[in-house]
Design a protein around this ligand. Structure first.
Ligand SMILES: Cc1cc2nc3c(=O)[nH]c(=O)nc-3n(C[C@H](O)[C@H](O)[C@H](O)COP(=O)(O)OP(=O)(O)OC[C@H]3O[C@@H](n4cnc5c(N)ncnc54)[C@H](O)[C@@H]3O)c2cc1C
Length: 399
């Protein structure tokens, strides 16, 4: 197994770095690196630059407007973007819904939706989870009833990331309540967020942000041509969609960026004697997380080397999800620890609401607590770590 990048892959990495150097606006990069919130326009500014270069959807084939990259090139691209502080592309269109439309959608769906995903005209969100249906997704209750040339959707989705910015949502709905197995009565439908009857209500998270939402469907009328594939086959398409999240799941580039930030903060903070970064106990903690990150990177390289050889991954993506989320959470914990009381969570309020004066302490301390709280989500979304451990137990250990 070849774990090092080839000369061609290194040349590709240089090309990506050059593009970032020349194209990434410094104000956007600063926002990402200092943990500030990004608005729709921030995401779109970067999205449009990537689109001009043909790099919005690294996993798409050339025939649909993608760059046709190999798994290794996609990994390099994701790592370089994250490490440099480029805003992520809102992934629900390019990574999730787009490939489903390509594989299972009608010719009309392909010609209408795919170019608009690439251009950024349509930002998408994902309507899978419901109150009571998260890990046990197949129990979902939002229903769609066929009436002539349209469906009428009734129900509620929750935790819908970016619904407040989205133009379209892809939903899993129950179309056959009497199916023998729950999975057999579900369909995959594309819905315009402007359709009457849709209400989006923000869920304010512990960090004070509102990136996730509840999404209500009250007699929402959707043209039948928006059904993807066949009625009651939506579970198959949903499984395909989730399988596409494999590459990049470890977020090695983002971890490296945060490790650098941790070291910078520890170098700027005072320790018992001299700088915190020279304190043997704190150095030990940094070293431990750096070792974990190196192990994560090597495991990730093993996965992409096996993909390069054309093998199908087993439980590796689950292992990467578990370890990647642990490393990211540990890094944000150590940054909090480094600045001590300056990381108190009210600091964001001070910054954003003008709460009785200036935030206290160094600038870099202000976003640390919100980031720490926000990062709790990483071990929940995309299949919680407990569910991933179940997969590892079954697939690798045969339990
Ligand atoms: C920030 C954030 C953004 C999200 N964005 C979206 C989105 O855009 N669209 C969308 O559809 N969904 C989204 N989700 C939902 C996410 O997919 C679910 O939260 C996740 O699947 C867990 O489901 P749940 O919250 O209902 O928890 P539950 O499934 O109720 O689980 C509760 C706890 O029990 C554990 N558990 C459950 N079943 C088992 C089991 N069999 N074995 C062991 N432990 C188990 C879980 O690990 C968890 O700790 C988002 C979630 C978060 C936190």
């Amino acid at each position: 197994m070849e774990l090092a990048y080839t000369d061609k892959e290194k040349a590709f990495r240089d090309e990506v770095r050059r593009f970032i150097r020349e194209q990434l606006p410094s104000d956007l990069r600063d926002k990402v690196l200092t943990g500030k919130h990004l608005g729709k326009e921030d995401y779109l500014r970067w999205h449009r630059r990537l689109h001009e270069r043909g790099w919005v959807a690294p996993n798409w084939p050339v025939e649909h407007g993608g760059p046709g990259w190999s798994p290794v090139e996609r990994q390099i691209f994701a790592d370089e973007m994250a490490e440099a502080g480029a805003p992520p592309v809102i992934s629900f269109g390019p990574t999730m819904c787009g490939p489903v439309i390509m594989r299972f959608g009608s010719e009309w769906q392909k010609s209408f939706f795919l170019p608009r995903i690439l251009s950024g005209e349509h930002i998408w969100c994902q309507g899978f989870s419901e109150p009571g249906s998260g890990s046990d997704l197949a129990s979902l209750r939002t229903k769609a009833v066929r009436q002539g040339d349209h469906y009428v959707i009734e129900g509620q989705k929750t935790w819908t990331t970016a619904a407040h910015m989205a133009d379209w949502i892809f939903v899993l709905v129950r179309t056959d309540p009497s199916a023998r197995k729950q999975q057999e009565g579900i369909s995959f439908i594309l819905v315009d967020m402007k359709t009457p009857g849709i209400t989006v209500r923000p869920i304010v998270t512990m960090d004070g942000s509102a990136e996730i939402n509840e999404t209500f469907f009250d007699a929402v009328k959707v043209p039948a041509q928006n059904l993807v594939g066949e009625e009651n086959k939506g579970w198959t398409y949903a499984k395909f969609l989730l399988g596409n999240e494999r590459v990049g799941i470890a977020r090695v580039g983002a971890c490296k960026r945060e490790l650098t930030r941790l070291k910078e903060i520890a170098a700027a903070e005072p320790g018992d004697e001299g700088r915190l970064i020279d304190d043997p106990r704190f150095r030990d903690k940094i070293a431990q997380v750096e070792i974990d990150l190196m192990a994560l990177e090597i495991t990730n390289l093993r996965l992409i080397a096996s993909l390069r050889d054309g093998r199908q991954p087993g439980a590796e993506p689950s292992i990467l999800k578990i370890k990647g989320s642990e490393v990211q959470q540990r890094l944000s914990e150590l940054m909090m620890e480094a600045v001590g009381p300056y990381a108190a969570p009210f600091q964001r309020e001070a910054l954003e609401e003008g709460w009785n004066g200036e935030p206290i302490g160094p600038d870099y301390a202000t976003p640390l607590a919100p980031t720490y709280f926000n990062n709790r989500k990483i071990s929940i979304y995309g299949g919680s770590n407990e569910i991933q451990k179940n997969i590892v137990a079954k697939a690798t250990l045969g339990l």
